[in-house]
Design a protein around this ligand. Structure first.
Ligand code: SAH
Ligand code: SF4
Length: 380
């Protein structure tokens, strides 16, 4: 049994507070509201991990912060870098011992576009939706992550890049990248199942006085929770939306994604159409390619027919499945090419996600699965 000291439980995680909330928190303690901006600067621009470095705050306030507040405490239990060092995955232990994964993906500059550093963020420990090809889905649901636990994952990699900027190998003249440019809610868990904490974290990371990451550099990926997609379309913060589609018929989707029984394709597509009408933004449809299951020319044709009416507002991201303990395999290059060409014939724009980080268990949930398995086998 683990006993958490009550003092830690009472501490306020500052990474969970928006700037106005931090101002209020300080005012409630008799402090001046302007201190909040100073603290925000320390947290999100200087990337401080300790109150003692916040030298423009009075000593008494620093002491009080140390006693009453925390800065997203998490322990890195394991860290893996891919051979090319462009994919770095960490296993984080939360205050209650739960384990989650976060990934940093580094992309060299391409043509006119600048290099990118994308953090793949977890929104829950485990997941309640049980997709058959997903390692996280096979764990079941532990709990929602708090806002601060979501923000802290991004800050971890921001600090790492600040300390050691990354230069693409083979491009010695290119500018090193020293900050996080994008975040994707594609780690463990279903972000729209933890709607409030996820949106709060995105608002905090978007704050110009703080981390200042543009909404267009944030992507929320969902299994297809229809009411939450509708709610998201009304948010002032216009993030990118990705829908995990993975099958073009209810029959097939019911088999691989149990959520489809609750929100079948017709309802999901209707919500996407309304989202597009409300936001005028393109939606990405993720399609994990499972050889012999959903990658046949017939399914490509059905997918093309399903999405063609969305015209330029739909983009399909074909993702060859990362092998998990389930027996799915990724299709070969010929099958992928045929699948994509069929989509093009329907006028549906699409791309294929380059496989990366396979050597470090890239698909989320796999590192934790491996870690727990090896711990079980080595435990007395
Ligand atoms: N719960 C959300 C976000 C997390 S999963 C969602 O499902 O969208 C992020 C993406 O990884 C989803 O598109 C998901 O279907 C995909 N994914 C899950 N398991 C995978 C695997 N084994 N190989 C490749 N992609 C996988
Ligand atoms: Fe959950 Fe997404 Fe995995 Fe499905 S794919 S089980 S929704 S994390």
């Amino acid at each position: 049994m683990t006993i958490t000291p009550t003092k830690i439980q009472k501490k306020t995680d500052l990474l969970a507070l928006t700037l106005p909330q931090l101002q209020q928190w300080l005012v409630e303690r008799g402090e001046a509201a302007f201190r909040a901006k100073q603290i925000y600067n320390w947290l999100y621009k200087q990337l401080a991990t300790d109150f003692s470095v916040m030298t423009n705050l009075p000593q008494s306030l620093r002491k009080q912060l140390a006693e009453e507040a925390s800065i997203g405490p998490m322990i890195v239990r394991s860290e893996l870098h891919s051979k090319d060092d462009r994919t770095r995955k960490i296993l984080l232990e939360l205050a209650d011992g739960k384990l989650i994964e976060s990934v940093l993906m580094l992309y060299p500059p391409l043509g006119e576009s600048s290099p990118r550093a994308t953090v793949c963020v977890s929104s829950q420990a485990g997941c309640a939706f049980g997709c058959t090809f997903c390692a996280t889905g096979q764990m079941g649901f532990d709990r929602h992550l708090s806002t601060g636990e979501i923000v802290a994952q991004v800050l971890h990699f921001a600090r790492e890049l600040r300390a050691t900027p990354w230069t693409a190998p083979g491009l010695p003249g290119s500018t090193p990248i020293d900050h996080v440019t994008n975040i994707v809610l594609m780690g463990m868990g279903e972000p729209l199942h933890n709607y409030n904490n996820v949106l709060q974290a995105l608002r905090i990371l978007n704050s110009p006085e703080g981390f200042n990451l543009g909404a267009r550099h944030m992507t929320v990926s969902t299994v297809g929770l229809v009411p939450a997609i509708r709610k998201l379309s009304q948010e002032p913060l216009q993030v990118n939306l990705a829908i995990s589609l993975h099958a073009p018929t209810d029959e097939l989707r019911n088999q691989t994604m149990p959520v489809n029984r609750k929100y079948p394709l017709q309802e999901l597509l209707a919500a996407c159409k309304d989202y597009i009408a409300a936001t005028r933004r393109q939606v990405t449809f993720e399609y994990v390619l499972l050889a012999g299951v959903n990658d046949t020319p017939e399914y490509a044709h059905l997918l093309g027919k399903l999405l063609a009416p969305l015209e330029q507002y739909a983009h399909v991201n074909c993702i060859p499945v990362n092998a998990t303990s389930a027996s799915y395999r990724a299709p070969g290059p010929d099958a992928i090419r045929t699948f994509r060409n069929t989509l093009f014939e329907h006028g549906v724009s699409n791309s294929v996600r380059a496989e990366r980080g396979d050597d470090i268990a890239a698909a989320c949930g796999q590192l934790r699965t491996r870690f727990e398995k090896s711990n079980r086998t080595t435990a007395p």
